[in-house]
Ligand binder design. Structure first.
Ligand code: ATP
Ligand code: MG
Length: 581
């Protein structure tokens, strides 16, 4: 069942009385009925892990978190919370080439912003390097791992393919002593990168390619962001991940579907090790994909490196820091993730759905302001010279407690160029010669004429006002068809508005050609300088979001004063798409 955003989720009726307990919805009780929660309930019922629930979120610190990670984060942390367990943050830092402490710090910051502050020291896979090494020697001693001197092409060719048997490496039957000696010298840094690897000795004919003697260690003479130059060999994801889970006591190791085929290897490694009690189990769920969005960290890093966007926090980026700068409330992202739920089927959600959660939040919380993004001058010819009216406007009609503000109204104003037409098309109800309209909260005005420049375009618009219509309504109750926003020319402050199109114009970037970059819209930023803002906008705190009347929600840039990013427009595109479907 799809509920539109904003539909409250009814608490379930009490099983015995049939009554609905209003508190049930808030209680820290697992409410979800997805397959992961079902699995945990079953484990708890069976006494597996003695009812203990421990998850982990394992980002690799080679980039910042994105909207896809938000799905994994909310699943891992909320599941632990619902079942009274814990969720570890563990940096999966096994690749010294691309990892950096700047990403570690950024990930911690983004997690806290999303609502999951880490109040203990984060954990690192690199903390387990010594234990992993000891276990690797144990596998060698038991004839379950060997040093392979083949180059990577040979290893790759030898693994065969689907329906194509693998071939045993010529180094597969080395003695334990020779393997141990070589592996120790690999660790000591005696060999060149790429000259040798350590492989698990499983089965080169296994139907699952992951089981055909997978690589456990590679030689890398690279400085690691935490262990420095201590290591010359680094464990692969598969060798590090399940073992790290086991060391920490993880019970449910949740990852995305592409690791499905790695599960037998995850289990095999754990079975070979001297571990007591119930070992962790891996469960896969579908990745979050959004239309018009790319979530591969490699691609996002590429956009940053190529200067296509203005850093990882560019408001067009699907990174948490990009969305934050764009004005997305963290709660809206969490609610979106809860709404889409978890399943085992890959699917792509419409970005309009996420935006609709954002809009719904902002509608409740954002104060209304007036801003003119494409200004043209309006002169009220019968306005008394020098007179300034203070009109009172509601900050947020959705939240009366948010109060009102006073805005100066004078005889010279800025209005949107698009709100005037010399020759109006049919059904154009805004300003045109002879037409009366309302200036929001101020007066009814009637257009009396306009000047044009040498290019024939209007430069100044003239109007008269009805002094009896203060507040925007005439005493005789006559109606006007449109209400327009405005800013007093004498009081306006200048600023910039950044309007955004989708960074990728195609719904599924790369669908047509295979390369998402072919769908990149390099003109997706429309920077409007010379906007005229009502003075109160100068007091908008950095990062806060306001609604520009009639134009959408806009977030004040965290660093640059008077730069506003359009978060989302006012219209619920998702509702429209639903109606069409
Ligand atoms: P990428 O492919 O972008 O590099 P990754 O999976 O390698 O992503 P990690 O930092 O290793 O990135 O991911 C940490 C966790 O987040 C993993 O458990 C991963 O499964 C999960 N994750 C990453 N991308 C998504 C996504 N799009 N949807 C759901 N979970 C995701
Ligand atoms: Mg990864």
């Amino acid at each position: 069942m799809i509920r539109p955003p904003g539909t409250p989720v009814d608490p379930p009726p009490d099983r015995h009385t049939g009554r609905v307990d209003e508190r049930a919805a808030d209680a820290a009780e697992p409410q979800g009925a997805d397959f992961v929660r079902e699995l945990v309930r079953r484990d708890n019922a069976d006494g597996t892990y003695s009812g203990r629930v421990q998850t982990r979120f394992p980002p690799e610190p080679n980039g910042y978190l994105h909207i896809g990670h938000a799905k994994a984060i909310t699943l891992d942390f909320e599941l632990a919370r619902e079942f009274g367990g814990i969720c570890n943050l563990r940096f999966d830092d096994t690749n010294p080439d691309t990892e950096d402490t700047a990403f570690v710090d950024g990930i911690l910051e983004d997690l806290a912003w999303l609502g999951y502050p880490i109040d203990t020291e984060p954990l690192y896979a690199s903390d387990y390097f010594e234990q992993l090494y000891t276990w690797a020697e144990l596998l060698i001693e038991r004839g379950l791992a060997y040093v392979d001197d083949s180059d990577s092409e040979t290893i790759s060719a030898g693994r065969g393919g689907y329906g194509k048997p693998g071939v045993d490496s010529e180094w597969r039957d080395r003695s334990v002593e020779e393997n141990l000696d070589l592996f120790r010298r690999m660790r000591a840094g005696e060999f060149a990168e790429g000259s040798r690897v350590l492989r698990a000795r499983i089965d080169m004919q296994h139907e699952n390619m992951q089981m055909r003697d997978p690589v456990m260690y590679r030689i890398r003479h690279e400085r690691h962001h935490r262990t420095g130059d201590a290591w010359h060999i680094y464990p692969t994801y598969d060798w590090a991940h399940g073992q790290s889970d086991a060391i920490e006591g993880v019970t449910h190791s949740l990852c995305t579907l592409e690791f499905d085929s790695h599960r037998p290897l995850y289990d095999w490694y754990l079975e070979q090790l001297p571990l007591s009690g119930d070992t962790p189990r891996q469960t896969e769920f579908a990745r979050l994909e959004l239309t018009h969005t790319v979530t591969s960290k490699r691609r996002l890093a590429g956009l940053v490196a190529d200067g296509v966007v203005d850093g990882w926090d560019d408001p067009r980026m699907p990174t948490l820091r990009g969305l934050r700068r764009r004005g997305y409330p963290a709660a809206a992202i969490r609610e979106f993730c809860a709404f889409i739920g978890v399943s085992r089927t890959n699917s792509r959600h419409q970005i309009e759905l996420l935006e609709s959660f954002v809009r719904q939040h902002l509608n409740r919380t954002a104060q209304r302001r007036m801003a003119v993004l494409d200004p043209i001058r309006l002169v009220i010819t019968d306005w008394p010279e020098g007179r300034v009216d203070e009109v009172e406007l509601t900050n947020n009609p959705e939240d009366p407690a948010d109060g009102t503000r006073r805005v100066a109204f004078t005889g010279e104003l800025w209005i949107e160029r698009d709100d005037f037409r010399a020759d109006p098309p049919p059904k154009y109800f805004r300003l045109t010669p002879g037409r009366e309209v309302r200036l929001r909260g101020a007066y009814l005005i009637t257009c009396t004429g306009f000047d044009v420049g040498s290019d024939g375009e209007p430069t100044v618009i003239y109007a008269t006002h009805d002094p009896e219509s203060r507040g925007g309504n005439a005493p005789d109750g006559r109606k006007v068809k449109s209400t327009m926003h405005w800013v007093s020319a004498d009081h306006a402050i200048e600023g910039t508005a950044a309007l955004y199109e989708r960074l990728f114009s195609a719904e599924v970037p790369g669908e047509a050609t295979g390369d998402p970059m072919d769908d990149l819209d390099r003109t997706s930023l429309d920077l409007r300088t010379g906007c005229r803002f009502e003075p109160a906008l100068a007091d908008t705190p950095p990062g806060a979001v306001v609604q520009f009347e009639r134009l959408g929600y806009f977030a004040h840039d965290p660093r640059e004063p008077m730069l506003f990013h359009r978060t989302v427009g006012l219209r619920d595109e998702w509702a429209r798409l639903q109606q069409r479907a």
